[in-house]
Design a binder for this molecule. Structure first.
Ligand SMILES: [Fe+2]
Ligand SMILES: [Fe+2]
Length: 280
């Protein structure tokens, strides 16, 4: 299995790829090509795919982790390029979502035109689904542990009222690789401990080879609603004991989150950057 980070908030020095706040990963597993999230509305992930020589028209499926624009922003453009891939997401991802910023409420939901224009391509998932052999989508995330404190600035619209987002619109991806599990999280709003714990409950006898994605330890790319040091250290310690392999993170984990996890996880923790490849 090979993963190419099409977009992450940062890139390596000297890289001429585009970056913006968001995440998108291109995954090749046997002969199946998958896109996990589509990056932000500047469509950097789509531009980077072209620059990296990845033919998006050949992608078999797109998985949308949740209905925020830094994960769904490239979807419209993708659907213009690719006329066959099914898009897997939770129905709740189409709900309007907002972020409370110092300057006021900002709309951060999906482009509503996608549901109007491409309803035949959207495939709503509400229970664990094996889309092809060894590739599982998990839309019901157990809440044994607390959710990230930085979710407190995130809202959903229900009956014309803004309510605290419960993240029912989030799902995650598990790929079986040589019998072990690789877990993909978008923003990890449900809590990365809850995501990993849900995977453990589904596959109690499997090792976790890697966890890849964002853990939402801060509000987007901003320096408010930061998770406190204890919350971050607790996550790092838990991941150290529960995950057999490596932890690859970036995006909404933030540089601060990574710096606080590093002393606990040491070489087990790897940062991801736009354009890098991870091979298992
Ligand atoms: Fe995000
Ligand atoms: Fe998000």
């Amino acid at each position: 299995m090979e993963i190419t980070i099409l977009l992450e908030n940062s890139k390596l020095k000297g890289s001429n790829l585009s970056i913006e706040h968001g995440i998108s990963m291109y995954i090749e597993k046997n002969d199946y090509n998958l896109l996990f999230d589509t990056g932000g509305p500047e469509e950097s992930a789509i531009k980077n795919a072209a620059q990296l020589g990845i033919d998006l028209s050949k992608i078999d499926a797109v998985v949308i982790s949740h209905g925020h624009s830094d994960h769904t922003g490239g979807l419209m453009k993708f659907l213009e390029i690719n006329n066959k891939a099914l898009v897997y997401l939770k129905k709740e991802a189409l709900t309007p979502h907002y972020s409370k910023r110092p300057e006021g409420m900002k709309y951060i939901g999906m482009d509503s035109e996608i549901a109007e224009k491409y309803s035949d391509r959207l495939n709503f998932i509400d229970e664990t689904t094996e889309i092809v052999r060894g590739i599982f989508l998990v839309p019901q995330i157990s809440k044994k542990f607390s959710v990230p404190s930085s979710n407190q600035v995130l809202f959903a619209k229900k009956d014309e009222k803004l309510i605290y987002d419960n993240f029912k619109h989030e799902l995650f991806l598990i790929i079986e690789n040589n019998k072990d599990l690789v877990i993909f999280s978008g923003c990890g709003h449900s809590g990365i401990k809850n995501i990993v714990n849900t995977a453990q409950n589904l596959f109690p006898n499997k090792k976790i080879e890697a966890v890849i994605g964002g853990f939402h330890l801060q509000a987007g790319s901003f320096d408010y609603a930061l998770a406190n040091g204890e919350e971050i250290e607790d996550i790092a310690k838990w991941l150290k004991s529960e995950v057999d392999g490596k932890i690859y993170t970036g995006h909404c984990t933030g540089e601060r989150g990574m710096n606080l996890m590093k002393p606990v996880l040491k070489d087990k923790l790897e940062m991801i950057y736009t354009g890098i490849k991870i091979t298992f």
